[in-house]
Write a protein that binds this ligand. Sequence first.
Ligand code: ATP
Length: 266
Amino acid sequence: MSILADNISWRIGKKTVVDGVSLRAEPGKVLGLLGPNGSGKTSLLRILSGLRQPHEGSVRLDGTDMRTIGRRALAQRIAFVEQHANTTADLCVIDVVKLGRFPHRSPFAGWGAADEAAVNQAISRAGLEHKRHDRWQSLSGGERQRVHIARALAQTPTELLLDEPTNHLDIHHQISLLQLISSLSLTCIVSLHDLNHAAMFCDRLIVMNQGRIVASGSPEEVMTERLLRDVFAVDARVEASPHHSRPHVQFLPFQPGVASASPHRG
Ligand SMILES: Nc1ncnc2c1ncn2[C@@H]1O[C@H](COP(=O)(O)OP(=O)(O)OP(=O)(O)O)[C@@H](O)[C@H]1O
């Protein structure tokens, strides 16, 4: 067991954004978080990362209530790559990645061999060796995204949470990032919009709608034509891929003259 959320809810004003969510994320497995825009994925990830307290329910890390774990101890084990992460300071790639070591360093300890190894491995895994001395401001959106992922890996977390990490990446880097995530022996929770990538690389999937979990299970159990119609308001055919045997979704065009029902949001 690694992350266990029990019946958590979070509200803003009168709106319940996360509504009675329970989940379990396990070491060495990738849990995919799916759902239409505004269904509560980011809000849930912020709670699971400890950035936000749920109004109801609890999150446990290896059985310990997260509220009783100090900020530094939390930062030593959970890395969270947010969707619109930015860095305004005038830093180079290597400096941003080094920030990932911050939770592990004491004020009196110098930069050690473990720090150096973690940063180098993270830079290499994110495919950024040739960019390590480039300035942050000179990077493209996708390169910046990969630097944030490298910073999270340099943190050497046991839990890695990523909010739409493939957003700005070209297809090569999307696939290589998801392959990297699925090869790590960490507890990973990743929100994704690409349903085929989710089916290919996640061990289990959770689908959210209006703050609630409406489906969970293996990609085969979750990725059904009915769910795609009911939750995402798309007509699609789902078949086992002959190449990787996971479900593969083929989307059909909306019928002319038939208004597509957009997913219902609160
Ligand atoms: N701080 C906030 N103030 C007001 N509304 C908020 C706040 N945080 C979240 N919400 C609302 O809660 C809902 C869920 O937002 P959230 O960002 O968690 O959804 P999401 O599933 O990650 O969406 P997307 O796929 O578009 O990134 C949205 O309607 C959003 O506007």
